[in-house]
Design a protein around this ligand. Structure first.
Ligand SMILES: CO[C@@H]1O[C@H](CNc2nc3cc4c(=O)[nH]c(N)nc4cc3[nH]2)[C@@H](O)[C@H]1O
Ligand SMILES: [Zn+2]
Length: 371
């Protein structure tokens, strides 16, 4: 946990201009109750209390310091109170390092069919059995406490893209009111933190207002929400050219849901510290391997007798002990081991990318390499 120095409002505006382009990358360490997070950091997604097809100890060998869980899924099954009774999510899933949980709003909007947004919170029907639930700043914050999250996310509304200025403005204002209630509901403990999530879509004055509202609440870190929702890389980078600078310079900045290696590199150059994305795990299970030669679609028939590894110098089990021909076969016949090995390689690839980025920043070298 690092403390913030509150910027006086006028100085905050200067910050956005003070930095010359792309010299905003920074490497650091976030100290938490469950260990250190080396930033820039990539968080593998473990939505339902497991990083799909991976043992937690295997996730650890890839170099991940922190993984992500989801309030929405875990509150439906097995239920936050049950996880609490069983000792919390760390114990339940045998992951002793930091855990960040998303607050559930985004998942409600993308997963549950019937839902109603009120000032109080979001009323929705479970996508599993249709039963009725309500998520609010208070209930989301309590659920994340029951799970034992190291980093709790404020309950926000992810403004859809595209949105008109008016829609984005009222959505951002709702998020600011919910952030205040989330902050009030947070049970602050040493080594635990809560992150606010700024909204405002692609409108810079709304992004600034959102940042001002949330900085007043003195969160331990800040996420940039409302991106990676279909706006595309160019528009995302346009927002990232200024939005990170609106946030306290000595606090972690987390870009939610991002992304491909090129997205991550561009976002780090604009001052982002933390990332999460389903791409390495989801695409791994679908037969896509990230390599220094580009993305390998292992199902392609050209690999059916390719006796070489995905990457000759990769230390993951898929590359050390198996060939592309074997991976091609496993994925084609939908063997579980195929999902395991492809996922393991991709997570290792993403963590190696982050390690190289951290090293380049530490040496003051520019890192325009496209991985
Ligand atoms: C592009 O890939 C698709 O899109 C998702 C990644 N993109 C993304 N943008 C997000 C924004 C928010 C937000 O504003 N608030 C909160 N609380 N959580 C968020 C989570 C987010 N995830 C993947 O799930 C994938 O389906
Ligand atoms: Zn590998």
């Amino acid at each position: 946990e690092v403390s913030i120095t509150k910027f006086p409002a006028d100085e905050r505006k200067i910050i956005a201009k003070a930095h010359d382009k792309y010299k905003k990358a920074r490497a650091g360490i976030i100290n938490t109750r469950h260990g250190q997070i080396h930033t820039p950091a990539f968080m593998p997604v473990g939505t339902k209390g497991t990083v799909k097809a991976m043992l937690p100890e295997s996730v650890q060998t890839t170099g991940a310091d922190i993984i992500l869980g989801n309030t929405y899924h875990l509150m439906l099954q097995p239920g936050a109170k049950r996880v609490f009774k069983l000792g919390g999510l760390h114990k339940f899933m045998n992951w002793s390092k930091p855990l960040l949980t998303d607050s559930g709003g985004f998942q409600v909007m993308s997963l549950s069919k019937l839902r109603k947004i009120t000032e109080e919170g979001v009323i929705f029907n479970s996508h599993i059995d249709g039963s009725k639930f309500m998520l609010s700043p208070e209930s989301s914050t309590e659920i994340q406490y029951l799970l034992g999250s190291t980093i709790t996310m404020a309950f926000d509304e992810c403004t859809p893209y595209p949105s008109t200025y008016e829609q984005a403005k009222s959505s951002m204002e709702l998020t600011s009111r919910w952030a205040k209630r989330s902050r009030k509901a947070f049970y602050s403990r040493d080594g635990y933190g809560q992150f606010g999530i700024i909204q405002g879509s692609i409108y810079n004055d709304l992004r600034l207002k959102s940042a001002l509202d949330l900085i007043e609440l003195d969160f331990e870190g800040y996420a940039i929400g409302g991106l990676a929702v279909g706006e595309g890389q160019e528009l995302m980078f346009k927002v990232l050219d200024y939005a990170p600078d609106l946030l306290p310079i000595n606090k972690p900045r987390y870009l939610m849901g991002v992304g491909k290696p090129a997205d991550i590199i561009g976002a780090v150059q604009r001052g982002i510290d933390m990332f999460d994305c389903v791409i390495p795990t989801r695409s791994g299970r679908n037969g896509q391997a990230f390599t220094k030669y580009g993305v390998v679609n292992i199902r392609n028939s050209k690999y059916k007798e390719d006796n070489t590894p995905l990457e000759e110098d990769c230390l993951c089990p898929a590359c050390k002990n198996y060939t592309k021909a074997y991976l091609h076969y496993l994925v084609k016949v939908k063997e579980i081991l195929g999902a395991m090995l492809m996922t393991w390689h991709n997570l290792m690839y993403f963590q190696k990318l982050m390690l190289r980025i951290r090293e380049y920043i530490a040496q003051g070298k520019d890192f325009d390499f496209i991985s």
